[in-house]
Design a protein around this ligand. Structure first.
Ligand code: ATP
Length: 490
């Protein structure tokens, strides 16, 4: 049996639409050799015509080709033949077109140049999945109530969250790389693990790889594994994190912090799904989906030459942006209520918030987003005396919130921009009237970091040396205070 043909059965039919004659010829010929029957057309109009007249098992479609300025082929296909899978194969990826393609129901998204083996593996997988899918009942678009309950670990029902749920729902079923962006504490890791648990990889491992937590010198061996004796301390062979999530999802948190030499090594692993453990000569192959998160603007980092463009395109095929909490309306109360129930001691009688406390929670701008809200509720639960949380159980800054307008719309370092940022390193902030000792210490630490970042122009390694901390330790502190080193770079 050849790939596209079972003895005695008709070969599977693939329509390839692309305006590059060489790609069209070679792809058609190679797929033909693998047993598929290929029809190759140079533009969207011809593709639509053939699709209306004949039946196909799969469409491989370019995006930038004549007649496809508004993704006409994808639109026509999603309206008339949603059951025929489409895989986009493009040389000019743009994030809006990737998102729009996903909305229109494409099954996968590959970037040129694509190795024929990778293309063939994708063709096999997509056709097999589509055959399996055809045995299932067709699912209509989800209703609002259904979307609201689809991801119980992600609390929220505001408009931006429902839009997010729709995207997660579509993206989870594909193998496409996803880049999740958003301010610190907006739930990027929660979304990444939800994508994994709703994908066909859910039985595989969801491996979190925090790019700031692994020392640079050890990163390669942690990720790819090593052979015994390959470096001092390598007392035995070790399997790397990527091998451990073979068949699952690798989640790279804080991707923007990955040093340049490691970016090159990661690119190879992502492109080829193959890597060589440290000290070994035998490549290891995996089948891993890559989901990444960053609170940096990676496009800016690419333009500034700090992040590889090719890696950005590979990993950011689909970009999912999480809204800050201040843009999620009543979700603040829904989340506060959920955290109250989750964090109160078992026999606690606390069961809600006074109107004044609710009002304060709604008016505060939440620069630390959901993580900050969770901490505030945890503290309030510990302080509350009665059966409700009152405004006096909330921190001072929330009782007297700054007006939302003073928070910059930028997703960057809202606290650094809003607070006092001048003064020599180590100078203390003006103390808040009525602040607790703990709050005053936090404020002093925050101010110290801001000053440190300023005097080292956002260079984390230099700042860490000055403060006598490890680079990882410095990153942890910056994260805790929601300070973005990139905002201090000139
Ligand atoms: N929509 C949500 N519903 C319930 N809990 C949430 C939601 N979003 C975030 N959380 C909780 O808020 C905290 C922060 O979330 P998470 O770590 O996913 O944020 P993040 O954006 O990855 O942060 P960072 O950029 O600092 O790594 C976690 O305790 C998480 O469980």
């Amino acid at each position: 049996m050849k790939d596209g043909r079972i003895m005695g059965e008709k070969p599977q039919r693939i329509l390839v639409a692309d305006d590059e004659p060489l790609y069209l010829r070679t792809t058609g010929a190679l797929l033909g050799k693998a047993g598929y029957e290929c029809v190759c057309v140079p533009d969207a109009g011809a593709a639509i015509e053939r699709l209306h007249a004949e039946s196909f098992d799969l469409v491989l479609s370019d995006l930038n080709m004549p007649g496809n300025l508004k993704l006409e082929l994808l639109r026509d296909q999603s309206t008339h033949r949603p059951h025929v899978p489409i895989v986009v194969v493009t040389g000019v990826p743009t994030l809006p077109s990737a998102i729009e393609s996903i909305r229109l129901g494409i099954t996968d998204y590959l970037l040129k140049p694509v190795k024929f083996d990778d293309l063939l593996a994708c063709v096999r997988r997509v056709i097999a999945a589509s055959k399996a899918q055809s045995l299932l009942p067709v699912t209509p678009p989800r209703k609002r109530e259904e979307l609201e309950t689809l991801f119980p670990h992600i609390i929220g029902s505001s408009k931006p969250m429902l839009e997010l749920f729709e995207i997660i729902d579509r993206v989870a079923g594909t193998d496409t790389s996803v880049l999740i962006t958003g301010e610190s504490g907006t739930g990027k890791e929660v979304v990444a693990s939800t994508i994994h648990s709703h994908s066909h990889r859910k039985k595989g491992k969801f491996q979190v790889i925090d790019c700031t937590a692994v020392p640079e010198a050890l990163f390669e061996s942690m990720l790819f594994g090593h052979k015994k004796g390959s470096f001092t301390g390598a007392v035995g062979d070790a399997e790397g994190l990527l091998k451990q999530c073979d068949g699952g999802t690798a989640f790279f948190d804080e991707l923007g912090e990955l040093p340049a030499p490691l970016q090159a090594k990661l690119l190879r692993a992502v492109q080829e799904q193959t890597f060589t453990p440290v000290g070994s000569h035998t490549p290891v192959s995996v089948n891993t989906r890559f989901v990444c998160a960053t609170n940096r603007d990676l496009e800016l980092e690419v333009n500034a030459g700090r992040f590889r463009q090719d890696l950005f395109y590979r990993l950011g095929v689909i970009q999912v942006e999480l809204p800050p909490l201040r843009e999620r309306g009543n979700d603040v109360l829904q989340l506060a209520d959920a955290f109250l129930k989750m964090l109160r001691p078992e026999k606690s009688k606390i069961d809600g918030f006074t109107a004044e406390a609710t009002d304060s929670l709604m008016r505060y701008s939440w620069p630390g987003n959901i993580r900050e809200l969770r901490n505030v509720i945890e503290r309030a639960v510990a302080l509350a005396r009665g059966t409700t949380i009152t405004v006096t159980d909330l921190p001072e800054k929330i009782r007297q919130p700054q007006p939302v307008e003073s928070i910059p719309a930028s997703t960057k370092n809202t606290r650094a921009s809003a607070g006092p940022t001048t003064g020599p390193p180590g100078s203390l902030p003006v103390s808040l009237p009525g602040a607790s000792r703990e709050e005053a210490m936090e404020a002093a630490e925050y101010q110290y970091l801001v000053n440190l970042m300023q005097s080292h122009c956002g260079n984390v390694s230099e700042a860490a040396r000055h403060a006598d901390l490890s680079r990882q330790g410095m990153h942890k502190l910056l994260k805790k205070h929601d300070i973005q080193a990139a905002d201090f770079r000139v």
